[in-house]
Design a protein around this ligand. Structure first.
Ligand code: RP5
Length: 170
């Protein structure tokens, strides 16, 4: 039998309050995947699994994580509570809630008291994608090959817009 492949150390943790947040949060995972950034993904709920949330936040740095992307919707306490228990950068993604379209999530995440920062992104898919890109930018400060990949991703994005400027053509 072939030896089991050694697991790569995750550098970014993507957590979310519920499985129902995954269709949003997978955009963070996808962009990290594209950039080759090792990451882990887990449901950790501030309300339904509060003890797990504290354990996760308290052990994140010693487990080698460099940043945590936390997504939640509604009474979105996860990013703030995680930030309260770790000094790692916490990137908060407001998930679009059914009742209030994510305004509740956004305001819950963005209004942190001075002293406990959470970098807050846009509501929904764009926010999740940008949180992934932002985490990669943080890591790229000390990883020139990742910085190159990020620069290429930006250049490709620019090219694809410039090459196809007529919105009437599919
Ligand atoms: C939050 O409550 C989650 O982050 C989710 O966005 C929202 C609804 O959760 P479910 O009822 O779909 O599990 O904790």
């Amino acid at each position: 039998m072939p030896a089991k492949a050694k697991k790569t150390q995750p550098l970014v943790g993507i957590i979310m309050g519920s499985r129902s947040d995954w269709p949003t949060m997978e955009h963070a995972s996808k962009v990290l995947e594209e950039l080759g950034v090792a990451h882990e993904v887990e449901v950790v709920s501030a309300h339904r699994t509060p003890d797990k949330m504290f354990r996760y936040a308290e052990t994140a740095a010693s487990r080698g994580l460099k940043a945590i992307i936390a997504g939640a919707g509604g009474a979105a306490h996860l990013p703030g509570m995680v930030a309260a228990k770790t000094a790692l950068p916490v990137l908060g993604v407001p998930v679009q809630s059914r009742a209030l379209s994510g305004m509740d999530s956004l305001l819950s995440i963005v209004q942190m008291p001075g002293g406990i920062p959470v970098a807050t992104f846009a509501i929904g898919d764009a926010g999740a994608k940008n949180a992934g890109l932002f985490a990669a930018s943080l890591l790229a400060l000390e990883d020139p090959s990742l910085a190159k990949k990020l620069a290429k991703l930006r250049a490709d994005q620019t090219d694809s817009v410039l090459e196809d400027p007529d919105p009437r053509v599919e």
